[in-house]
Design a protein around this ligand. Structure first.
Ligand code: NDP
Ligand code: OXD
Length: 309
């Protein structure tokens, strides 16, 4: 049994070093080095090159090194019978929550506008907004959405949520499914997307949805670029229905230099950094699942292939 790490960015050595430090007896390889393919049972992946997972005849588990797994399903060559796991981690959740809180307060207190004014030496106080004036609607009440809801409540925000199944989260009214979607939207002055990217949720942030939001709502997408119909967002910001948007994720990453989002005064973009897997915090769960594979026990944080998340 052995582990291979497959990712195309510059973090492969950090993951390998940390895994080796925590499990000196387990053979751990980067996919870029010579390695015995038939020994690999666990592949730890992040945006793997397509077809790379077909080389391992004894693969027993594909572990996403992030919370999302959409990039695994996008690769048509991924063997259908192999379980997939993902990261569910309190550090990832609190990092996401801090980031969204920062985006909300930044928008809310007009900090970007004042910074732009400062560059032009303009003194122009804007309409004052208070936490008590708005309701934050969170689409996706999973590991990340729930933590965000808790932290927003601690900061005195009114919070509502939307998911496929009922939830019991103190202080949060959670709406379910298509039937309750428009009621949820009609109350969301700040809409945060924390949905997984699946067949059902692709393109969900579109003009039909924006129309249901109260006038001057603010949209935050920290989930996946594929949730958003870019032209529809531009239309609804430019026609004045939406106040603006904070976007961390894009259809194409890095975002093309030609994309109109870069220069739009009401769109705040960040380079997919809302929350980044913390290596030290994630490694114990990878090793726990490696042990479970060995013992033939059910895996933690397994993805439901039918649902796609
Ligand atoms: P979870 O799987 O824990 O939660 C997903 C939530 O979405 C669940 O509440 C689920 O409902 C709900 N949901 C799924 N499909 C639908 C649907 N069709 N209609 C309504 N609700 C739906 O995911 P996480 O919270 O761990 O992560 C969410 C996403 O955040 C990830 O998939 C990833 O894409 C993104 N992400 C982005 C990062 C960044 O840096 N920008 C970092 C980390 C993650 P139910 O509970 O009923 O199943
Ligand atoms: C994730 C991400 O899914 O970083 O963890 O986007």
């Amino acid at each position: 049994m052995a582990i291979v790490i497959i990712r195309q960015d510059n973090k492969i050595d950090s993951w390998k070093k940390a895994l080796k430090a925590n499990a000196p007896d387990i053979p751990i390889y980067s996919y870029l080095e010579e390695h015995p393919k038939e020994e690999i049972t666990l592949a730890c992946v992040w945006k793997q090159p397509f077809d790379s997972l077909t080389q391992y005849p004894n693969l027993k588990c594909i572990a996403s090194l992030g919370a999302g797994v959409d990039f695994i399903f996008k690769d048509q060559s991924v063997p259908e019978n192999i379980p997939i796991t993902r990261v569910v981690d309190p550090v990832l959740a609190s990092d996401m929550s801090e980031f969204v809180l920062a985006l909300i307060l930044n928008y809310f207190k007009n900090l970007n506008n004042y910074r732009t004014d400062q560059m032009k030496k303009v003194w122009y106080p804007q309409e004052y907004k208070r936490i008590s004036d708005v309701t934050v609607g969170i689409m996706g009440m999973g590991a990340l959405g729930e933590k965000l809801a808790e932290d927003l409540i601690k900061n005195r925000f009114e919070v509502i949520g939307w998911a496929t199944s009922p939830k019991n989260i103190p202080g949060v009214e959670v709406y379910n499914g298509d039937k309750e979607k428009n009621t949820f939207l009609s109350r969301s002055n700040i809409l945060v997307c924390l949905l997984p990217l699946t067949r059902e949720t692709t393109g969900i942030l579109n003009n039909k949805l924006f129309k249901e939001l109260p006038k001057q709502s603010y949209v935050i997408n920290v989930a996946r670029g594929g949730h958003l119909v870019d032209e529809d967002l531009l239309e609804y910001i430019n026609n004045g229905h939406l106040a603006g948007a904070g976007l961390d994720v894009f259809h194409e990453e890095p975002l093309s230099v030609e994309h109109p989002f870069w220069t739009h005064p009401k769109i705040h973009i960040t380079p997919h950094v809302a929350s980044v897997s913390d290596i030290e915090s994630v490694i114990p769960q990878l090793l726990e699942n490696y042990g479970r594979l060995k013992e033939g026990l059910p895996l933690n944080n397994a993805v439901n292939r039918e649902k796609g998340y």
